[in-house]
Design a protein around this ligand. Structure first.
Ligand code: SF4
Ligand code: SF4
Length: 243
């Protein structure tokens, strides 16, 4: 984001809306620290500037900076997935896609939300830790999949490492037996990552709409608390008839 200095009247109204504390005063006007800015668009979207001094940077869609916008601006359509947002629609469409089948769990490792963000180096710490534990398959429709340079090591493409994003989700699918390994891996690597985590565990329900006990037992025995959450896009497709 940029602020046109000759137009800005230095009122400071935009400052509290920046989650990155990237807007600062300079010569009685405001300016944006381009290194800190996530390109989230919040300062523009809230429409608090009385003189329209805030504008999108002409470089916002240039690679690799564009990842800031794709991951941080909820209105941006991601160039890789073609959908808005940081992840995919796994839980909402699983009854049709059956991406996460019986006996499997989908795991979403959400980092950075709310408003803390992180550098992509932190994402690499997580993808490397997963790879060390044999989890090298990031969901192919997830934007992070295309950012990986070497799936065997979990290394990201080097040009991305100086970028930062407001939040990201690493999505994987594993057999239920591997859920424990993933939870332990995330707990371990969380010590090295300077941000906040939320873990999503997706599973198909069992008869009578119960959550599989095995999944809950693993979550609880690894010291995590859980909160049920269902998201289904009703009526958007024919449910899969696979077992
Ligand atoms: S785009 Fe977002 S991060 Fe950048 S200055 Fe505006 S509010 Fe702050
Ligand atoms: S709201 Fe507009 S005029 Fe006020 S400090 Fe921000 S950019 Fe400048």
């Amino acid at each position: 984001m940029i602020i046109y200095k000759p137009v800005c009247v230095g009122c400071g109204r935009c400052h509290p809306y920046c989650p990155a504390h990237a807007i600062y005063f300079e010569d009685m006007k405001s300016a944006v620290d381009q290194d800190l800015c996530y390109e989230c668009g919040n300062c523009l979207r809230v429409e608090v500037c009385p003189v329209d001094a805030i504008a999108e940077s002409p470089h916002v869609y240039e690679y690799p900076r564009a990842v800031r916008k794709y991951f941080s601006d909820p209105n941006a359509t991601h160039a890789v997935t073609g959908i808005q947002g940081r992840g995919t629609e796994e839980s909402k469409t699983n009854d049709v896609t059956l991406r996460c089948g019986p006996g499997e769990v989908g795991i979403g490792i959400e980092v950075g939300r709310p408003t803390l963000g992180m550098g992509l180096e932190d994402i690499q710490k997580i993808t490397r830790a997963l790879a060390r534990n044999g989890i090298t398959e990031i969901e192919k429709n997830n934007p992070i999949h295309s950012m990986i340079k070497d799936p065997k090591t979990g290394d990201l493409k080097p040009e991305l490492l100086n970028e930062k994003v407001l939040s990201a989700i690493i999505e994987i699918q594993v057999k239920r037996d591997r859920l424990r390994d993933v939870l332990r891996t995330v707990k371990e690597v969380a010590r090295e990552v300077d941000s906040v985590f939320t873990l999503d565990v997706y599973t198909m329900l069992e008869p009578k709409l119960t959550i599989p006990k095995k999944v809950l037992d693993i979550i609880e025995s690894e010291g995590f608390s859980w909160r049920p959450n269902a998201k289904i896009n009703m009526g958007l497709g024919r449910a899969s008839d696979q077992d």
